[in-house]
Write a protein that binds this ligand. Sequence first.
Ligand SMILES: [Zn+2]
Length: 495
Amino acid sequence: MEVCYQLPVLPLDRPVPKHVLSRRGAISFSSNSYFFGGPAPRQLAKRRGAISYDSENQTALYIRMLGTYGDVRVRSQVGFEPEPRGSHPYLYVDFRTLHSRPQSAGPVSARNVRRLLSFQRYLHSSRFIRGIPASNPLGYILDDDYTGQAKLMLEKVGNWNFDMFLFDRLTNGNSLVNLTFHLFNSYGLIELFQLDMVKLRRFLVMIQEDYRSLNPYHNAVHAADVTQAMYCYLQEPKLAETMTSCDLLLGLLAAATHDLDHPGVNQPFLIKTNHYLAALYKNSSVLENHHWKSAVGLLRESALLSHLPTEDRLNMEERLGSLILATDISRQNNYLSEFRTHLDKRDLCLTNGRHRHFILQIALKCADICNPCRPWKLSKLWSEKVTEEFFHQGDIERKHHLEVTPLCDRQSNSVANIQIGFMTYVVEPLFVEWSRFSDTRLSQTMMGHLSLNKQGWKEGRDKQEANTSRASEEQRTSAAKDSNSKELPQGSKGS
Ligand SMILES: [Zn+2]
């Protein structure tokens, strides 16, 4: 953190024009083409505005971004605004700031520091890719400290015990960018689809930044974890032998973007508070539609696929949507019964594109809810994080006198209860079918962890319940003793 203050702070030479603020991401990365042989700043000024007014110094550029026109202000002026209609008091709460920290951290907030690190790494790796030695000592400091260990972890990225929390720390909070880039690279997707590496990197950074880091659970680390799980499933023999490059590309893209810009509350909450997203998507798969549309927005903004024929691009966007929409847990039974029917009939044929797409949907669903199938240490951490997010929603509901969702009520629910229910009614049924489809060592491992973890939560709950009843029994006994001793005549005490 201190390292930020050591960088030279240069004055802003020109204000950022208003129209630039209306385009998300413009401030952050639109200047990159200049560094990589694009037009000179003055030429850029006409169409890029903000960034082009900066000096030619890379560090200065970023410092400028940390200044008056820093991330928080930019984002508060773009995107959807809450609708000022309706009578519900919650309508007047700016939804986008629900999870914001109070901005008392001074000129360089934690988020900006994270963005700086992310940007430095982005610049450094982009230059590295192009064979240009890094000129920024900060890049060296970060790389020397952590990259070696992160690289070692990536060598075992197909391991089911992969610790995404650790990987995120080793990459300075850039797990999603680094992991997804690595997977694209190792599958050869960059060459196959002739992807521009700078655009890809920029796209991934934008995705990572559009996850809300203040969400305890639905943040970029969860997206990275789902992407890693998706990779594990794509490596399973049945899929590895049949999936096309396009399937792999879409599978990874869908995993990385499947919760993009998640607000940290669920769909019923958005509906009962008349949130604009609920109205926009007519109360149906509200969050998933938003994740998909946000992903398409970033795909187009980054121009990652702009070199492909329009028809192919639109087709890929549609398929991406179909994959992300499949993660809507309220539709789980539809997917599950279709999956079961296929398995009973043994009619899945993965040379058929529609069947492959269906299996990708199921694989993404599994990846999304695979936390209970991870080793206990990781699984427990994810469980605590998701419960923290649920309870946070319950707190907001209570504060605004809304009906508190039972799942989100910290006064009547517990991590153990939530997890046991989730495992029994949601996770187990899906993974039982997945294991039928892909009867491999990985599936056995996952089912083994699932069973052990469920047992772990049950034992914990039983122990806690036993402690609680013992404590209340003791309380009752001591209360009874107290009342007995009060009833005794004073003279009898001590006799
Ligand atoms: Zn998710």
